[in-house]
Design a protein around this ligand. Structure first.
Ligand SMILES: Nc1ncnc2c1ncn2[C@@H]1O[C@H](COP(=O)(O)OP(=O)(O)OP(=O)(O)O)[C@@H](O)[C@H]1O
Ligand SMILES: [Mg+2]
Length: 232
């Protein structure tokens, strides 16, 4: 299937994930189907342990489903080698996690430039782009700080810049503001949403915060392995 036949940046078809338990199997996802249109924003909500992170890992090709399939930009993870998956992720996707996952020994500028270096961009060009994105998230004055010398909100803004720097088709964000106080969380989320919308980047956001979820195009609830429309 190619990009022309599948208009969605991300699709999953009858996706299931079962963990084998000691007494019984745990069905985290049961035949979940989902499409994400270009530029669309979707919130995933659900109780702790309902499978939100598992779902995002499967969408990102970071975990194997028990059955079903995930297509990114029209290509199935199943058809790719691990190496190809890495390249496809770098080309089409960005990730933001609850814990920043920045490389501790590198500066904010180097962390944000990293996905472009992985793509083979010369260092100078990568750093020009990285600087631009750090300025957009309000960190033009923190370029040379390492993660330990940044505040929690600054670290997450750096993670947002790193996710956007490759201009991906979609971003998967797992509680990106979950570790921040409410005010900082609101500020980081506003920057993330505004820049994604401006850039036409679709995103799937896992959040416990109904106020944040309400600002997106759609909210879906994961419960008992089933994904369905939700309203607060
Ligand atoms: N590797 C694993 N082996 C067995 N069970 C697992 C594994 N990973 C997750 N689970 C189980 O799958 C279920 C879903 O976990 P998951 O981390 O996706 O939930 P979540 O919705 O992200 O929760 P939270 O809101 O607390 O982050 C949980 O019951 C968890 O214990
Ligand atoms: Mg989780």
């Amino acid at each position: 299937m190619n990009d022309v036949l599948n208009p969605f940046v991300l699709s999953c078809r009858r996706l299931s994930k079962v963990y084998a338990g000691s007494s019984e199997d745990v069905w985290v996802l049961r035949d979940v189907s989902f499409d994400l249109g270009a530029g669309e924003s979707v919130a995933i909500v659900g109780a702790s342990g309902s499978g939100k992170s598992t779902f995002l890992h499967l969408l990102g090709g970071l975990d194997q489903p028990t059955s079903g399939d995930v297509l990114i930009a029209g290509r199935s993870w199943q058809t790719m080698s691990e190496n190809e998956r890495g390249l496809w992720r770098n080309r089409h996707m960005g990730f933001v996690y609850q814990h920043h996952h920045l490389l501790p020994e590198f500066t904010a500028l180097e962390n944000v430039a990293m996905p472009l270096l992985v793509r083979g961009l010369p260092r100078q060009e990568a750093e020009v782009e990285a600087r631009e994105w750090l300025e957009r998230v309000g960190l033009g004055h923190r370029l040379l700080h390492t993660p330990s010398a940044l505040s929690g909100g600054e670290r997450q803004r750096t993670s947002v810049a790193r996710a956007l720097v490759t201009r991906p088709a979609c971003i998967l964000a797992d509680e990106p503001t979950g570790n921040l106080d409410r005010q900082t969380a609101g500020q980081v989320f506003a920057i993330f949403r505004e820049l994604s919308v401006q850039s036409g980047v679709a995103f799937v956001l896992v959040s416990h915060d109904p106020d944040l979820a309400a600002q997106l195009d759609r909210t879906l609830r994961l419960q008992d392995g089933v994904l369905s429309s939700a309203s607060f």
